[in-house]
Ligand binder design. Structure first.
Ligand code: MG
Length: 193
């Protein structure tokens, strides 16, 4: 099977690093549970533009360089890579391609067939880039592992199976039938086999 993997919160603990950076920089005491939304301005206030600047600043720090892998993701990717083709499909800004590729190579050496970047809200470049579902279709992805509800629903509506990793920011009363929610990488492994 050809499997798409989102990067942040599926492989890397972006929000955890961001919270540590944010609390130390702005003297706040935010916790992961406070992130009921991945639109961070809805969590810590201020404007979207202000948040975009803050996230860019974060991406220039050691906190970002040293993001931890999601629990169980390294072992799971190791196993999955033996029988499946794995594609990383991220909505990170293309400007941080280099740092992203380095982090993946350090934490998941030689496990992925491709690293692809989609259209996103953060970037100054790439307004004409493809959306996540467009890229999944172009790459003939059979299933994608994702944490952002909007991308999950977008991909599901294009007929792609979505495995949604459970987080405070992706709660929903109901999900389309081709989205399944999982609590951990262990559970995902049991499902995909
Ligand atoms: Mg993500």
């Amino acid at each position: 099977m050809r499997i798409g993997l989102d990067l942040d919160e599926v492989l890397s603990r972006f929000v955890l690093g961001l919270v540590e950076y944010y609390n130390s920089t702005y003297k706040t005491s935010l916790k992961l549970e406070d992130f009921h939304s991945y639109k961070f301005w809805e969590v810590w206030g201020g404007t979207k533009e202000d948040t975009i600047k803050k996230v860019w600043n974060f991406q220039n720090t050691e906190y970002f360089k040293n993001l931890r892998p999601v629990e169980g993701s390294q072992q799971a990717v190791q196993l999955l890579s033996q029988n499946h083709e794995l594609y990383v499909i991220t909505s990170r800004p293309i400007e941080i391609y280099e740092e992203t590729a380095l982090w993946l190579q350090k934490n998941f050496p030689d496990k992925f067939a491709r690293l692809e970047f989609t259209k996103n809200i953060w970037t100054k470049l790439g307004g004409d880039m493809k959306t996540k579902s467009e890229l999944c279709k172009d790459l003939s992805i059979d299933a994608i592992i994702e944490d952002t509800l909007e991308y999950a629903v977008e991909c599901a509506s294009e007929g792609i199976e979505v495995l949604l990793l459970n987080y405070p920011w992706n709660q929903s009363n109901s999900l389309p039938k081709n989205i399944t929610r999982f609590d951990s990488w262990d559970d995902i492994l049991k499902y995909i086999g």
